[in-house]
Design a protein around this ligand. Sequence first.
Ligand SMILES: C[S@@+](CC[C@H](N)C(=O)[O-])C[C@H]1O[C@@H](n2cnc3c(N)ncnc32)[C@H](O)[C@@H]1O
Length: 232
Amino acid sequence: MDSMDVHPKYPKLLPAQLRRGWCVSRKINKIYSEVLSKELTDKLLSVEGHITPRQCATLFYFAYTQPGPGTIVEIGSFKGKSTVWMAQALKERAETIKIAAVDPHINTREKEIVPNYKEESSYDAFIKNVSSLEVNEWVLTIKKTSEEAAKDFNQAIRLLFIDGSHRYEDALLDLELWEPMVNVGGIIVMHDTKPTGPFPGVCRAKNEYLKNSPRFKEVIQLLNLTVFKKIS
Ligand SMILES: C[S@@+](CC[C@H](N)C(=O)[O-])C[C@H]1O[C@@H](n2cnc3c(N)ncnc32)[C@H](O)[C@@H]1O
């Protein structure tokens, strides 16, 4: 065992999953910090939103490294934090695809459907953030619910990020509607999957649809975000 195999927090216990996750984490940290300047990283992080810096870096990594063909779809953009991180990855690679950023941007004031915010809509802030980060060229704004948007969508997907409504039925529906469009070899990222977190319904949908299925392999489990690869 070399020193890279010793986790600082768990030096004795090394389940394969932890070791695999840790190796991916190292790659994630390396890529975004090599590609982005400190100034740009700070600007991207300053967008108001509901994902942590580590989760932003993870989205950046998969948008930057996940090979085509296919596009990127995000369910639940809010004010655009996750969107601008993935769009920046496409910009850095001079890609010609756009992220389909799906969100009705309606403030329903229901805890499981939207975060707590005061405006009637997150749409104006989303447009302003995408524009001020200069990533408009890589974003296709779809101001619809996941269910409405899926009806007209017919592109293959290489990276699917799910962070829309956090009700069990809605999270499961997001998977049922969009997963069939993900290429074999493609990546599915789900946010708010922590089993003891405030959204047990998301965790349940993730377990039922992805974790318990032989068609998907867990690539990395952060505290509150899980990444799967579609293997068949
Ligand atoms: C937790 S926020 C997303 C946070 C965002 N990813 C970020 O980086 O800050 C959840 C978003 O999902 C959206 N949403 C709720 N129901 C939805 C649905 N059925 N389809 C698509 N988006 C939905 C809400 O409008 C809200 O903006």
